[in-house]
Design a protein around this ligand. Structure first.
Ligand code: ZN
Length: 63
């Protein structure tokens, strides 16, 4: 396995662990930035999403 694949996998694992933490704390499914519900469709697409679609778009804009 290449280093890049290894690196991506560990980032992915961190995201999943963070998502599991939020489920345990009852914070799962809420945007970390604005507190709104994250759309179910978005969570189906990326279960580790931490922001709603509009905050995600704004973040992308800044980057
Ligand atoms: Zn948001």
């Amino acid at each position: 396995m290449s280093l890049e694949t290894e690196r991506r996998r560990s980032i992915e694992l961190n995201r999943i662990e963070a998502a599991l933490d939020r489920i345990a704390e009852g914070d799962y499914g809420y945007c970390l930035l604005c507190g709104d519900d994250i759309a179910v469709k978005r969570l189906e697409f990326d279960p580790t999403a931490t922001t709603c679609i509009s905050c995600a778009r704004e973040t992308e804009h800044k980057n």
